[in-house]
Design a protein around this ligand. Structure first.
Ligand SMILES: Cc1cc2nc3c(=O)[nH]c(=O)nc-3n(C[C@H](O)[C@H](O)[C@H](O)COP(=O)(O)OP(=O)(O)OC[C@H]3O[C@@H](n4cnc5c(N)ncnc54)[C@H](O)[C@@H]3O)c2cc1C
Length: 407
């Protein structure tokens, strides 16, 4: 018996939806042979409405992958906020001093360093691509999974779906990961990221501002309407204190935490806090099952890498399936899926470890090693080749890239 589908994607978040679109558009799997199971499909943002609180900084590689997936045009037509500079500094040094690391798109010969985009806009634009191409999106939650020899069987709220390959793209608390018995290690940072949109007295100059605070990290991401989206990562106790502050007191603390770099800061939205953890699946694949995006790994948001890594996973898995298709091989075969795992897992492991290291040394570190790392920002600023390498990494265009992420 032929399974109902070639690919069943569990989770139609940005990463799962991008993978499903690439499976159709790049791998060439018929839309009728791809299904997405998403338990909570959000509506598209209303044009002209306030910015959502959840935004992501998308790298050049992600922009290319979203273009290949057919969603970038709709995203830019709605609203994106390109940013042209980054300023990264530690609280032990002034922002205008030599200790600040500055990346400038013009110096790199790039039009920008990336784009800030609402998470919901990325997701809904991708889901609209799937609708238009005829991929079925089922509003259900995965309840069961059995990985058999010739097929995987999914229980989606009582509906039985069979597929050659099940892709777990259901986020950091992945049910697919759990049902498949794919073990994961987790590190609770005991931190919360407080997110909000703010108005600043001085213009943001299309610059992403990031200050390491000694007790956390504060990022101001520039939005096209002149506001900034903030991500303020602090320990759980401090987060509770900050949440309990009146609006005026919170604004005063926030202005001080950025050392007045953008003048007085006023809240333009409510405040939401999100607990932070790093998760790493020991393996990403089994016969008939692969994990991508946050289901495989979550990282500290201090360098804005999470969804960018997820899009690279989606594109790399699409490459592995395209190669399998050319050879008429089964897309759920372990040998095919291991190619994907071999490409992506070492890279993601490195990024999870690097983000953890940045947090421990730059964001909350106090000892001599931490002080050395903090001085390192200024040293990198003055070391041309290393700085260029880091800039290429930030743009997401360094190293070996999956086909959809190449120029
Ligand atoms: C404060 C903060 C700031 C961030 N900033 C950035 C940034 O600037 N740049 C960046 O690259 N990344 C950033 N990230 C990380 C980024 O948000 C995540 O990496 C990204 O959302 C992961 O996408 P995903 O599609 O893998 O998972 P998710 O976005 O979690 O999507 C999973 C989907 O699966 C669905 N689902 C879950 N369980 C089930 C189930 N049982 N059945 C069916 N469907 C299910 C969910 O409804 C959801 O739609 C940030 C994260 C945080 C917390």
């Amino acid at each position: 018996m032929t399974p109902d589908y070639d690919v069943a994607v569990i989770g139609g978040g940005a990463v799962g939806a991008a993978f499903a679109a690439l499976a159709v558009r790049r791998v060439g799997i018929a839309a009728a042979r791809v299904i997405v199971i998403e338990r909570e499909r959000p509506p598209a943002p209303v044009p002209g409405a306030d910015y959502d609180l959840r935004v992501v900084a998308l790298s050049r590689a992600s922009q290319r992958i979203l273009t290949a997936a057919g969603a970038w045009e709709a995203i830019t037509a709605a609203r994106v906020s390109p940013y042209e500079r980054m300023r990264i500094w530690h609280e032990s040094a002034p922002v205008e001093g030599p200790g600040t690391l500055v990346f400038d798109a013009a110096e790199l010969g790039e039009p920008n360093l990336g784009h800030i985009v609402e998470s919901r806009l990325v997701q809904t634009a991708l889901l609209a691509v799937l609708d238009a191409s005829g991929v079925e999106i089922v509003p259900a939650s995965i309840e069961g999974l059995a990985l058999g020899v010739g097929e995987a069987v999914v229980d989606a709220d009582g509906r039985r779906i069979t597929a050659r390959l099940v892709v777990g793209a259901d986020g950091g608390r992945s049910r697919v990961r759990e049902l498949a018995g794919l073990e994961a290690r987790s590190r609770d940072y005991r931190q919360q990221a407080i997110v909000a949109n703010v108005v600043t007295a001085r213009p943001h100059e299309r610059t992403a501002w990031q200050r390491f605070l000694g007790h956390g990290t504060l990022a101001f991401l520039p939005l096209a309407n002149g506001q900034c989206s903030i991500v303020w990562s602090v320990g759980n106790e401090r987060a509770a204190e900050l949440r309990a502050l009146s609006v005026e007191d919170f604004e005063r603390e926030l202005t001080a935490a950025l050392d007045g770099a953008l003048g007085a800061v006023r809240l333009a939205s409510g405040r939401v806090s999100i607990p932070l953890a790093a998760t790493r699946a020991r393996r990403y694949v089994l016969e008939r099952c692969a994990l991508i995006g946050d289901a495989a790994h979550t990282v500290h948001p201090l360098a804005g890498q999470g969804v960018n890594l997820g899009f690279l996973d989606a594109a790399a898995l699409a490459d592995a399936l395209a190669a399998a298709r050319a050879q008429r091989e089964d897309p759920g075969a372990l040998a095919i899926l291991r190619r994907y795992e071999r490409t992506r897992r070492p890279h993601n492991e490195l990024m999870v470890a690097a983000m953890g290291g940045f947090n421990d040394l730059l964001a909350v570190g106090q000892g001599p090693l931490a002080r050395l790392a903090q001085r390192g920002l200024g040293l990198v600023e003055r070391a041309g080749p290393l700085k260029r390498l880091l800039a290429a990494r930030a743009l997401g265009i360094a190293g070996e890239l999956p086909a959809a992420a190449r120029r």
